[in-house]
Design a protein around this ligand. Structure first.
Ligand code: MN
Length: 323
């Protein structure tokens, strides 16, 4: 399932094992099963929040969508046609398949397997997100994640920007027992830096745990912390709370996170696949309407007005009708 794997994780830098005498391992505050819903032009997503967990617990994150995993037949794959965003960042990480995007600034590109597209919507942008022509024509396996990272009020008006993080740029780490493999996408994990450059300090990683393997990591005490299960079964937190596919574990206070894969993994894969995510809470009022996330109702009304008057950009004529 994961796009980036290594033959021998033992050669990778290891995460330091938290000091058992001084570390406070975070407990699980609650486990939220994702809701399954349709998005865009009709593709299936598993969404653990915002509906399942309140936005204070997930701060600075606003939304998490697991797209698939799904196997498309020819001409079945669907995407999201042109739409605007303002006030936050969308982060799309693909494990299987290929996506293409275009934006109102004339930018765009292909997100391949293992790659991450980081779009800072900031003051406002229009874009579309669709399967590549190759995936659309021939079908195939598709699996990805889109995460929305909030921007603080002071940065909601930054100019839009893109970062394409190729699979080969991810920071690869191993757990202290060598049984888990971590791809650090953005931010810092116990002194190791990921390639993504973020306005809001966060940690965002995809980990693969072999059956029975443990992953322990020091975690900034001022960060929120969550574990989302992409596939497989295991145990999270100080009290070894059982979790399974499409569960989100929201962790409480502490300075270390721990998880362990079940000894026997059931389902399509033979590993536990998780996202580790956390960040510095922004703690500002959130006004959310569809693709706009601002601080006040008035700013949302302004965003709708700006969009309706083309002030977030216009769809490039060359792409009209192609979505
Ligand atoms: Mn979008």
């Amino acid at each position: 399932m994961p796009a980036i794997t290594v033959d021998n994780p033992l050669v990778l830098p290891r995460l330091a094992r938290p000091d058992a005498t001084t570390a406070t391992v975070r407990a699980v505050e609650r486990v939220v099963p994702a809701r399954t819903t349709m998005e865009g032009a009709g593709f299936l997503v598993h969404r653990p929040f915002p509906q399942g967990a309140d936005l204070h617990a997930t701060d600075p994150f606003l939304l998490l969508d697991q797209m698939g995993p799904v196997v498309y037949g020819p001409r079945e794959a669907k995407g999201a046609p042109w739409h605007p965003h303002r006030g936050f960042e969308t982060v799309t990480y693909l494990m299987d398949g290929e996506m293409v995007h275009h934006d109102s600034n004339g930018g765009g590109g292909t997100i391949g397997e293992g790659a991450t597209q980081w779009m800072t919507a900031g003051a406002g942008i229009l874009h579309d997100e669709t399967p590549s022509e190759r995936v659309y024509d021939s079908g195939g396996r598709f699996h990805g994640v889109q995460l929305w990272v909030n921007l603080p009020a002071a940065q909601k008006w930054v100019p839009p920007r893109y970062q394409l993080i190729e699979a080969t740029e991810l920071t690869l780490l191993a757990s202290s027992d060598g049984g888990a493999f971590v791809r650090l996408i953005a931010g810092d994990l116990d002194g190791h830096a990921g390639p993504g450059s973020t306005y809001t300090p966060i940690t965002y990683a995809h980990a693969t745990l072999n059956p029975g393997a443990e992953l322990q990591a020091n975690w900034r005490p001022d960060f929120s912390a969550m574990v989302y299960v992409l596939g497989g079964q295991g145990y999270v937190g100080a009290e070894n709370r059982p979790v399974r596919d499409q569960d989100l574990a929201v962790l409480g206070a502490g300075d270390a996170v721990t998880l362990r894969a079940a000894d026997r993994i059931e389902g399509e894969g033979d590993t536990l696949e998780v996202l580790l995510l956390g960040g510095l809470p922004i703690r500002e009022p959130i006004a959310h309407y569809g693709p706009f996330v601002m601080n006040t109702r008035a700013e949302i009304e302004q965003a709708i007005d700006d969009f309706n008057h083309g002030r977030m950009g216009t769809i490039p004529a060359v792409d009209l009708g192609s979505a």
